[in-house]
Ligand binder design. Structure first.
Ligand code: PBG
Length: 329
C-alpha cells in the first residue's frame, strides 16, 4: 500500500466526514432495494396471515393471501422473493416437496397470477417435507447423498413447471447442482438459473427459521452435511464445485458471522454472490431493538451495508420490506 504523502496536521481525514453531503460523496458502499430478496413462508389454508413469534414483522401466508403481500413487496421495488413451504403432511421421502399441487407450487401460481414480473425463487430442500426433518433420504440414521439427488431434481423441476424463475438448492448434498441442472435441461428449462446455497454452514442462527418452517431435525443435527463453521478454504472448494456443476449464483449462509467468507468468495470468483442474512440474525436484532437496547433501523441498515461491503451482490433478508421503506425516506 502507498503511504499517505501528507501527515497530520496537513492530513486530516475528518475533513471529508464533516457534512452529510461530503460523506455521501465519498461513500464506498451503497445499499439499494435492488439488492434484496425477501423470504416468504407459505402454508396451506385460507385467509392465513399469522405473525411468526420469533420473527416480528414476518408472517405465514396461505396462497390466497399472497397476492396482496406480493403487490406490496413489488410496489416497494423489491425485485425478488424466495419461497419456503410448510406442507399439509410430511413423510419419509418428503413427497409433498415435488407434488404438482404442493404448497410451494400453489404459491408460485398465486404470485405469478398477481404480479408476473416479480421474480419467484424457490428454496429446494426436503427438510420441511420429511417426517424426520432432515434434508434428504435417511438410511440407517444417515442422510443418503445419492438417493437424495433424485428427489431434489424432481422438486426443482416441479417448481419450474409451476412457473418459478429460479431454483435455489439449500440441502448441501454433493452433486445436487449437477443433478438439478441436468433435469432442468432435459425438461425444457435450460434457461432457468440456479442459485446454489454453496457455502452453507451448520449454524445456530437458523433457530427461528426452523420453528417458522417446522423443519428442525427430529434426531441428530445437520453437521454431517452442512459446513463446519471454522472452515473457509473448504467454503471455496464448495463454491468452486457448485460453479463447475453449473451454478449461476453462489450463496454464503449465514451472512453476519461469515463476512470473511463472503469477502473471500467475492475475491476468488466472478459469479454473482448472494448472502443470506438469516432468521437468527434478524431475531436477535429485533429482540434487542424491542428492549430499547439499540436503534433497530440504524442497526439493520448497518448490518445490511456490511454484508454488501464484504462483497455480496444480493442479500436475502427478512428486513427487505422495512429497509426498502427506510432507503426511500
Ligand atoms: C432449508 C433451509 C434452512 C434455511 C434456509 N433453507 C434451514 C436449515 O438449513 O436448517 C435457514 C434460513 C434462515 O434461518 O433464515 N434447509
Amino acid at each position: 500500500m502507498k503511504l499517505n504523502e501528507a501527515l497530520f496536521p496537513k492530513l486530516r481525514l475528518r475533513r471529508l466526514r464533516r457534512t452529510p453531503a461530503l460523506r455521501r460523496m465519498v461513500r464506498e458502499t451503497t445499499l439499494s432495494v435492488e439488492d434484496f430478496i425477501y423470504p416468504l413462508f407459505v402454508a396451506p389454508g385460507h385467509g392465513l396471515r399469522s405473525e411468526i413469534g420469533s420473527m416480528p414483522g414476518c408472517y405465514h401466508f396461505s396462497p390466497d393471501t399472497l397476492p396482496d403481500e406480493v403487490e406490496e413487496i413489488s410496489g416497494l421495488g423489491i425485485p425478488a422473493v424466495i419461497l419456503f413451504g410448510l406442507p399439509e403432511t410430511k413423510d419419509e421421502a418428503g413427497s409433498e416437496a415435488y407434488h404438482p399441487r404442493g404448497i410451494v407450487q400453489e404459491a408460485i401460481r398465486a404470485i405469478k397470477g398477481a404480479v408476473p414480473e416479480l421474480l419467484v425463487i424457490t428454496d429446494v430442500c426436503l427438510c420441511e417435507y420429511t417426517s424426520h426433518g432432515h434434508c434428504g433420504v435417511v438410511v440407517d440414521r444417515e442422510v443418503d447423498n445419492d438417493q437424495t439427488l433424485e428427489l431434489l431434481a424432481r422438486t426443482a423441476l416441479s417448481h419450474a413447471e409451476a412457473g418459478a424463475d429460479m431454483v435455489a438448492p439449500s440441502d448441501m448434498m454433493d452433486g445436487r447442482v449437477a443433478a438439478i441442472r441436468a433435469r432442468l435441461d432435459e425438461s425444457g428449462f435450460s434457461h432457468l438459473p440456479i442459485m446454489a446455497y454453496a457455502a452453507k454452514y451448520a449454524s445456530a442462527f437458523y433457530g427461528p427459521f426452523r420453528e417458522a418452517a417446522e423443519s428442525a431435525p427430529q434426531f441428530g443435527d445437520r453437521r454431517g452435511y452442512q459446513m463446519d463453521p471454522p472452515n473457509v478454504r473448504e467454503a471455496l472448494r464448495e463454491v468452486e464445485q457448485d460453479i463447475l456443476e453449473g451454478a449461476d449464483i453462489v450463496m454464503v449462509k449465514p451472512a453476519l458471522a461469515y463476512l470473511d467468507v463472503i469477502a473471500r468468495v467475492r475475491q476468488d470468483f466472478h459469479h454473482p454472490v448472494a448472502a443470506y442474512n438469516v432468521s437468527g440474525e434478524y431475531a436477535m436484532l429485533k429482540a434487542a431493538a424491542r428492549n430499547g437496547w439499540l436503534d433497530g433501523q440504524q442497526a439493520a441498515l448497518e448490518v445490511l451495508t456490511a454484508i454488501k461491503r464484504a462483497g455480496a451482490d444480493l442479500i436475502l433478508t427478512y428486513h427487505a420490506k422495512e429497509a426498502a421503506r427506510w432507503l426511500k425516506s
